[in-house]
Write a protein that binds this ligand. Sequence first.
Ligand code: ACO
Length: 402
Amino acid sequence: GIELGKLLATTGYTTLDGGFVNTASTKSAITYIDGDAGILRYRGYPIDQLAKESSFIEVSYLLIYGELPTSDQLEDFTDRIRRHTLLHEDLKRFFDGFPRNAHPMPVLSSAVNALSAYYQDSLDPFDPEQVELSTIRLLAKLPTIAAYAYKKSVGQPFLYPDNSKGYVENFLRMTFGLPAEPYEADPEVINALDMLLILHADHEQNCSTSTVRLVGSSDANLFTSISGGINALWGPLHGGANQAVLEMLDRIKDEGGDSADFLRRVKNKEDGVKLMGFGHRVYKNYDPRAAIVRETAHTILQKLGSNDELLEIALKLEEAALADDYFVERKLYPNVDFYTGLIYRAMGFPTRMFTVLFALGRLPGWIAHWQEMHQDPAGKIGRPRQIYTGYTEREYKGVNGR
Ligand code: ACO
């Protein structure tokens, strides 16, 4: 890439690139994507190797610190996260203020923002020890907050974390467990969820990560910056797509399961209807994460004996779209979210929790980018320019003269 923007700034010209289609906002050494070849690597490691062989905690370490941990480093990192899973007791009451039918995403982002009020000893973006503490706190507390947001929505009591359990197992227990009953998560479900978190852990300068960087560029603290990212993720064109896919599949099923008719409506752009879970700003080829998720969807749905009808509709839609000129010409392929919702639903998560699961996965990526931005000595506050299209100068008239 070239630093055209800087060059043009000296000439008085401004570049206009709506949606940042071809504008790099930063240099970064975290994640590499080749959208035409369908390649995704975290810190140089191919996504399929990490998904098959690594763990979410290990990948979080890799993204944030740049290298895979040694066994001692991994043990120490896991242990530090384990010691911070509890939420301040007063923060627990914060959940009471939300209506029971609240979507868990605004509950999640509000509670994460509130961490800035409860943990004021780790807000300084320029103190490495404080940054480290807020990093560990976020990784440790987000599953607890996410599980509490869920418990609130179903009217069940909160469960304290059980730190004898692993990261994902603990989250599943806090989400689906009940105080008086023992809860054993299925090891295959634990492994599948761990893998899905890995697949979502980073994706370079997407909308939510760019938001985290932009908020953080004003030297706002890490908690607040991440809260901004969670809000950006909620939109149906970004992380909210996994919920939208399931709603679309449900709708097709309710209307008689005619996927061909649905595709016709998509192609005619009837009521702005889109094939949710298809298309990507960067991938103009099969999203490598979608290929892995597709396989997992088959295994998990078979194992849990869940709603196969929706999977059937999804497979038919995919097959028809991949053979259709409209989608071929526009290079529209399934993205990671096309199949994740089916897996989450089979695991027992309600549709509204899907984007929360995405946020859990994306957290280490957001943190890694926020830290990388602060480590850049040439870093500046994010401040795009505009092309003004409004009135030229007008003369003010008092209200009686208008
Ligand atoms: N269904 C039907 N048509 C589509 C779709 C789709 N899912 N996606 C793009 N198109 C069409 C557009 O209508 C446009 O057609 P046109 O040239 O005739 O007007 C063309 O393909 C190009 O699309 P753009 O909207 O310009 O592509 P952009 O890069 O801006 O959008 C996006 C990418 C937002 C992901 C888009 O493909 C989309 O809305 N997909 C559905 C939502 C979704 O699945 N989001 C998840 C993204 S991945 C993630 O966040 C993990």
